[in-house]
Design a protein around this ligand. Sequence first.
Ligand code: ZN
Length: 79
Amino acid sequence: MNERCAVCNYKFEKEPGYFIGSLYVSYGLAVLEMILLFIPTYIFFSFEVIFAVLISALVLLSFFNFRYARIIWIYIFQY
Ligand SMILES: [Zn+2]
């Protein structure tokens, strides 16, 4: 992750461990995604398929969650 924004020179990590709290946001995003994926797969598929779909989605969406959790965290403490 860059130390500062290339456009507005915003310093992202204001103090050591600033983004530790974004883990809670990431957890919330993952839970939300798993619930949203579980409902349609539960209707049509067996347990093994549901498990495979949820684990695959969890791994693939972790890249998305990592970035968006930090963005949301920055916005929470913007002022
Ligand atoms: Zn910026």
